[in-house]
Design a protein around this ligand. Sequence first.
Ligand SMILES: Cc1cc2nc3c(=O)[nH]c(=O)nc-3n(C[C@H](O)[C@H](O)[C@H](O)COP(=O)(O)OP(=O)(O)OC[C@H]3O[C@@H](n4cnc5c(N)ncnc54)[C@H](O)[C@@H]3O)c2cc1C
Length: 445
Amino acid sequence: MKVVIIGASFAGVAAALEVRKKQSDAEILLLEKQTTLGYIPNGLHLYWEKKISDLKDAYFITQEQLEKQHIRCYLAAAVEKIHTKQKTVDYLYQEQEMTIAYDKLIIATGSSQLSQKITGSDNENVLKYKRHHEAEAALAKMEASQSVTIIGAGQVGVEAADLLSKQQKHVTLIESMDYVLFKYFDQEMIQPVQQKMREQGIDLRLNQTVSAIETEADQQVTVRFGNEAVMSDAAILGVNVRPDLRFLDEHIHLHRDQTIAVDRYMQTSAKDVFAVGDCIQLAFGEDDETVYIPLVNNAVRTGIVAAANLIQPEVEFKGSLRTIGTHLFGYYIASTGITEAESLFTGQTVKACRQEVRLTSLPDADTVMIKWIYDSASHVLLGAQLISTSNILEKINTVALAIQTKQTLEDVRQKDYFFHPSFSQLISATNLVSWQEVRDDGNED
Ligand SMILES: Cc1cc2nc3c(=O)[nH]c(=O)nc-3n(C[C@H](O)[C@H](O)[C@H](O)COP(=O)(O)OP(=O)(O)OC[C@H]3O[C@@H](n4cnc5c(N)ncnc54)[C@H](O)[C@@H]3O)c2cc1C
C-alpha cells in the first residue's frame, strides 16, 4: 500500500508515524513544500522568552528520525494539483513537474496566517511567523523596531504583546471584540490579564476592526481601523489562520469557510482521500455541527485517527474541546469546552459558577480561580476556565477528560485525587469544592 501525505507538520507527521506503526510494509511518502519539516509555530515566542537560544531549536522532529522509520520525506515539494479519480498528485520538485500515484492520500496542508478582509495584510512587511523562515524575518524586523502594532488579541497576539512590551517596545494591540482572548474566556475571567496588560503599557484598542495596513516608503506601517490609524515600525498579523487548498480537485467537498469537509473517520468526499489538522473542521464537543479549531492537539489526534482508518473506518474522532493553556502577563490561563458567553449561540441552557481555590495547604498558598460551565438540567460539565499566578496549566487536561467522558458536577466532586499538604489542598482544585462559600467566609480549616 502506497500512502502519500501532503504536508509534513504536526498532522502529517503524526499520520505518517501512526501508519508506520499499523502497516509495517506500507510505502509512506511525505510531500512538504518547505525546505525543512517539523518547525514549532511559536518558536519565536520561545526565543523571546529565552527558552531557546536559536530558532533552529524549535523543532519537534527531524527528517532523519522519520527516515529511520522508513518514511520518505520529499522537501521543497509543493503539491499543485490532486486528481482523485486517477489517484495521482502533481507536485513541483526542484523546478520539475512530477506526478506520483497513491493508494491512500492524506491531506495535511494546515493553514497560514492570512486575512482576506484586511487590505495589505499579505504584504511581507506585515509580520507572520508560523513558519521558520517567516520567524527569522520577523525576528530581524522586531530587533530593529521600537514600536509594533499587533492585529488580533487571540493567543498569538496577546503572547506577543507581553513578550515585546517586556523588551521595552511600544505595543498597540487592536481587537474587534470587546475583550481579549474571547474565544476561550468569559470577560470577567480574563479581566485580571487585561488590567495587567494596561499596567504593562499596552495600548489596547478594543471594539476596533482593522480594515487596511499600509507600508510607507520609510518602512513605517500604518494600521487603519474605523476613522483612526496607528503608525509604528512594524505590524504583526495575529488573526485567525486559514487553509490554502487551491490544489484540490472538484471531488473534495468543502465547507463554506473553504475548509475540507470530513466525516468522523477523517474521510473526505473522495474515495481513499483523508484530510487532517488545520485544513478541516471538527466536531466541537458533543455537537454534530463542526467548527474550525486550529490547534496542535487536534492536528496530532486527527492524524492518528486517519491513519487508523485507512483500510476501513474503525476509529471515530472523539471531537475537540478547544483546550488551551498559556502564560502571559504574569498569569497562567487555561480553558476547555464552551464558554458561558458562547452558550448563548449553542442553544444549550447552561449554568456557571466560579470558585477561588487554594492550591496547597501551606500558609503562603496561592489560589486558582476556576469557572465551571455545565448543563443546567443534567449538570453535565461543558466547559471550564482557570486563571492563577501559579502554574496550574496541567489541571485543564483533567477537566478536559472529565468533559470528554461526560462527567457531571456530582461526578467531579467525587473524583479521586492525592493529598499532600505541600502540593495540594484538602480538596483538589478540580473537584468542585462544595463548601467553598463557607470556606470563603473564613470558616475553613
Ligand atoms: C504563531 C503561532 C503559534 C501557535 N501556537 C500554538 C500553540 O502553542 N498551541 C497550539 O495548539 N496551536 C498553536 N498554533 C496553531 C498550530 O500552529 C496549528 O494548529 C498547527 O500547526 C496545525 O498543524 P497542521 O499539521 O495541521 O498544519 P501546519 O502546521 O500548518 O502544517 C502544514 C504543512 O503543510 C505544508 N503544505 C501546505 N501546502 C502544501 C502544498 N501544497 N504542498 C506541500 N506541502 C504543503 C506546509 O508547508 C506545512 O509544513 C499556533 C499558530 C501560530 C500561527
